[in-house]
Design a protein around this ligand. Sequence first.
Ligand code: ADP
Length: 260
Amino acid sequence: ELHRRLDIPGDDEVARLASSLDRMLDRLEIAVEGYKQFTGDASHELRTPFTVMKGEISLALQKDRSATYYKEVLEGMEEEVDRLIRMVEQLLFLARADGDKIKNRLETVNLYETLVPLLEQMNVLAVAKHQQLKWNIPVNTDAYTDSDAIQQILWNLLDNAIKYTPDHGEIEVNIERRPGWARILVSDNGNGISEDHLKFIFDRFYRVDKGRSRELGGTGLGLAIAQKLAHLVGGSLKVSSEVGNGTIFSLELPLTPAAP
Ligand code: ADP
């Protein structure tokens, strides 16, 4: 609930100052609320798997079990620990990005050379799910951008497209070029995301199906990071989706240096 704190009538100058201070306070309040929410969510996301693992350890120690039993418990825990390490790394990245500690390295980048090796790598994962990953990237598209950031964004989008599209699905990567900018489209013909979920999809830790994301090793941070990175290179990341038909992520990128 935001309310007016300062209501000073009379002098125009003072009233203007008061209302601009008011807006600043509102923004600050929203930011503080956001951080409180984030810290709470992060603590919860980290505590839950630890509690589960603690339970499994106690159970395993209660009485003598077979070697197979211990091995299974350890294997399950290793997967969970890997996921937690990934989550902590992603959280560290977001903390650094929030503090403006991440600098982009902008240079002329050929998108074909940047993306095709990554697509070939991702294709191995798609083939394992009998999916078709197709791409159509003109060889001569140059962007003035950060190639590591672009690769990370595309990796996150493709990893999701492959994970959340059923076996035998299709995934495509296309580029639309316009004067001065380009749009990289990652589309899949999976189950799609309903409107109520779509508006939160870039929020940290937001997942349509928590259990399923977790089973697939997800952390709920991939899209938040992809969007941060898109902003870092002066671009934007948007989504559109239709339940039953699939999802399209669209990364808009400037191709030329921003005017000073
Ligand atoms: P996660 O680690 O859970 O994959 P993300 O931030 O990468 O986290 O994605 C958030 C959620 O968005 C996912 O849990 C999933 O529910 C949904 N999602 C992302 N990409 C797709 C997609 N291509 N098709 C359907 N759902 C998707």
